[in-house]
Design a protein around this ligand. Sequence first.
Ligand SMILES: [Zn+2]
Length: 225
Amino acid sequence: MERKSIIQMIEEIGVPLDEETLKVIRILEQKKMISETKLAEELGFKINSTRKLLYRLNNLNLATYEKKRDEKKKWWYVYFWGLDRERIEGLYFDRKKRDLDKRKLQIIEEEKYKFECKKCDMRFLHEDALEQNFTCPECGEMMTEITDSKIIKRLKQEINALGAEYSAYEERKRLEQEKEIKKRTIEEKKEEEAAERKKKREARKAKKLKPMPKKTIKKSSKKKK
Ligand SMILES: [Zn+2]
């Protein structure tokens, strides 16, 4: 399945974005991280207005920054900004999940309507239809049973599409986590092995210096007695 672009996701999250903010996002989308000054340059905006837009994106949980010491001027920090892709994806899929649940409830509501009058475009619950003797109270026509509801059909299609998108996301997340766990296990093993080697090295070193510590131990134990 085609993955949505970050801009598409932000739009579908429902965050209202003005033209200037969109310009910032479009540049950030192309890069992993970019310094404030470089970004201001590319936008053709003043540094302060650029910062204002960036902090707004930060408040909306869409962008993050890192500060790094300047290579030449060590007392100086440079701020690098990037889109918080993981967070954006999280917000987007939270929204999708809510839409999915909402549609499932809508189907349950829709399925309560058992009869309709096609002429008046009205629908009736079973007990109401029974009470009306299956005759439309508006026009007097006979009601017909709802068998193939267009609304339910549409809802089911939407649920399928949302469900597929959501499970693809969950699967991707699961694989990423598995990879992360594997990576950590390997790292830990390497660290353990390194610690083991260090221990052995130190043990060998201690063996070579054996006579020295023996003497000192003897001395100190004598003194104590
Ligand atoms: Zn009618």
